[in-house]
Design a protein around this ligand. Structure first.
Ligand code: DQA
Length: 142
């Protein structure tokens, strides 16, 4: 499978964010961990703090990838534009979060983007990403 992994704002600074929410790995370490665990698949990892850059990637994903894993970060709670782009994107999509949003502040309880994906995984730190790859294997079947 070819899998696009998109990461939203501030995930480039995980080493400066609360360990109790996000764990101890940097985004680069999360990427290496996923690549090591799933050598049979090819991954394109992309992080941006800019909403439009994430939307551009989502818009072109259907032509190039079999599946999409997205952590929209703070945009999960605010971005109708990312939601709309996900709705248009025809490949399988899984939203992931490092932290368990259900036990955090109320404003994190609603994800506008999750309902535009096939499913949603939150709270397992870097293993949220690993679980998403495992589930893409099941639902894409490649
Ligand atoms: C996050 C959760 C979001 O609420 C937050 O804004 C993030 C990271 C997570 O992975 O737990 O930046 O998406």
């Amino acid at each position: 499978m070819k899998i696009l992994v998109l990461n939203g704002p501030n995930l480039n600074l995980l080493d400066k964010r609360p360990v109790e929410e996000y764990g101890t790995l940097t985004l680069n370490e999360i990427e290496s961990n996923v690549r090591q665990n799933f050598p049979a698949h090819s991954f394109d990892f992309f992080q941006s703090n800019i909403e439009g850059e994430l939307i551009n990637k989502i818009q072109s994903a259907s032509e190039k990838f079999d599946g999409l894993i997205i952590n929209p970060a703070g945009y999960s709670h605010t971005s109708i534009a990312i939601k709309d782009a996900l709705d248009i994107c025809s490949i399988r999509k899984i939203e992931v979060h490092l932290s368990n949003l259900a036990v955090r502040e109320n404003f994190r309880h609603t994800s506008l983007t999750a309902s535009s994906c096939d499913g949603y995984i939150a709270g397992f730190r870097e293993n949220s990403y690993n679980a998403a790859v495992y589930l893409l294997e099941k639902i894409v079947g490649k």
